[in-house]
Design a protein around this ligand. Structure first.
Ligand code: HAM
Length: 422
């Protein structure tokens, strides 16, 4: 029996990868314009990094981490997200000594042992961005302007930016207490999971999918109504800045996040096209995380985009398979050899070209050219080769012209680079 891949971990195949490359290129272009530099961190970290930052009582740490002992007996974990590793690297490499503001972005696979379904996988890719060192809400507005602009450049249909505030060390405990009191009054209507965790992680109840919890929490107190004056001023300023930067948004006072490190601003890009997995990107401010991990007391804010979800949304829109500029179809061994030389010369110049290598019939070669969506086909037979001639067929225009093989490499390269067709 052949060996299959692991459940929830996908291959990204030619035909799909082009969308991914497009998403990545656009992200690099946009993030670069906003002053970000790439950082690459390992895929595995010490387990403690995640339990301390994401939170012991979160779903991720409680049940979704790929954790195992390495041969030296150290507990290590495949990263379930990118913020904690990036902060670990920031602290360890003392990046705060290089600049008072750090703007970092990263891209790569993350791992969570979740139940796979459309848009939810066990290995998934994120593109994330983090700004460290500024607590002014101007930076919250900038990062949201960047995220929003990224989605605009991709022309993603049907997304909405939702924002909320989760308060700070001062106001969150007061809100938490109010919420626990409220949940106690509704305890009979809550699901088993929420009854178990409403004391340790009451906010998760607001996000619970069970109908009982949904109904029971309809009139639950919300964090926005409990913000202290500092957090309220921060949130109001953010709304003002977003307005002046023309970034569309909705306030969602019931938004909770599945990671414990957030303070003040949180946000999600949501869509109605992906069913239950409706967040295509998410993030927020984490003003305590760096000091909690043993670094200096610096604030931070960031987000991560889920690439599978974004690719799903774009794939439904269009296919981005790159077209072949030239297919060389030959008849006979001599022509085939000439074809190989011409092909390699063109490829060395960066032109996407291909040929048949195994002596198929002309008809079969033309079928393959069609399959590869070739823009042009050069046909060279034995007789023509003797005369130094070939037929260049333009597939879109169904036109054809005779060309001299002498110097063809140069003229073709020129025509292709100028995107010219006669
Ligand atoms: P998160 O909300 O856990 O936040 O994940 C961010 C995004 O990753 C989600 O909105 C979703 O698009 C995608 N995602 C999460 N889990 C899966 C999964 N199992 N399968 C497919 N896609 C998934 C974070 O990870 C934070 N580190 C974001 C952040 C950065 N906050 C501040 N800076």
């Amino acid at each position: 029996m052949s060996i299959t891949g692991i459940k929830g971990m996908n291959d990204i195949l030619p035909g799909e990868i082009e969308t991914w490359q497009f998403l990545e290129e656009q992200a690099r272009r946009v993030f670069n314009a906003f002053g970000f530099s790439e950082i690459r961190v390992p895929i595995v970290e010490k387990t403690e990094l995640f339990s301390r930052s994401i939170g012991e009582t979160t779903d991720i740490v409680e049940k979704e981490m790929y954790t195992f002992e390495d041969k030296g007996g150290t507990s290590i974990t495949l990263r379930p997200e990118g913020t904690a590793p990036v902060m670990r690297a920031f602290i360890q490499n003392k990046l705060y000594n290089k600049d008072s503001v750090s703007k970092l972005y990263y891209l790569g696979p993350m791992f969570r042992y979740e139940r796979p379904q459309k848009g939810r996988y066990r290995q998934f890719y994120q593109i994330g961005a983090e700004i460290i060192g500024v607590d002014d809400p101007k930076i919250d507005a900038q990062i949201l302007a960047m995220l929003s602009h990224y989605f605009e450049t991709l022309q993603v249909p049907d997304v909405e930016l939702q924002i909320n505030s989760l308060g700070c060390q001062e106001c969150r405990p007061i809100y938490r207490k109010a919420l626990i009191d409220f949940l106690e009054s509704q305890i009979d209507s809550l699901c088993e999971d929420c009854v178990r965790r409403y004391q340790t992680n009451p906010l998760r109840t607001l996000d619970c999918k069970s109908t009982g919890c949904k109904n029971a929490t309809l009139s639950a107190p919300d964090m926005l109504g409990h913000l202290c004056s500092g957090c309220k001023a921060h949130f109001d300023c953010l709304c003002e800045y977003l307005h002046s930067l023309s970034v569309p948004y909705q306030i969602n006072p019931r938004m909770v996040r599945g990671l414990d490190y957030y303070t003040k601003t949180t946000f999600e890009m949501v869509t109605s096209t992906l069913g239950a997995q409706n967040a295509v990107a998410a993030g927020g401010r984490y003003d305590k995380l760096i000091s909690d991990l043993g670094g200096p007391a610096l604030p931070g804010i960031g987000f991560a985009v889920g690439l599978e979800r974004l690719a799903l949304m774009l794939n439904e829109q269009c296919s981005r398979l790159p077209r072949l500029e030239l297919f060389i179809a030959t008849i006979g061994e001599k022509a085939s050899r000439m074809g190989l030389t011409l092909l390699t010369q063109l490829q060395r110049q960066g032109i996407r070209a291909d040929m048949d290598y195994s002596g198929k019939s002309l008809k079969a070669q033309l079928r393959r050219a069609d399959k590869l969506a070739a823009k042009r086909v050069l046909i060279v037979g034995e007789e023509e080769l003797q005369k130094g001639l070939g037929q260049l067929r333009y597939m879109d225009e169904s036109s054809q012209r005779e060309v001299s093989l002498n110097g063809l490499e140069k003229s073709l390269a020129e025509e292709i680079s100028l995107n010219l067709t006669p």
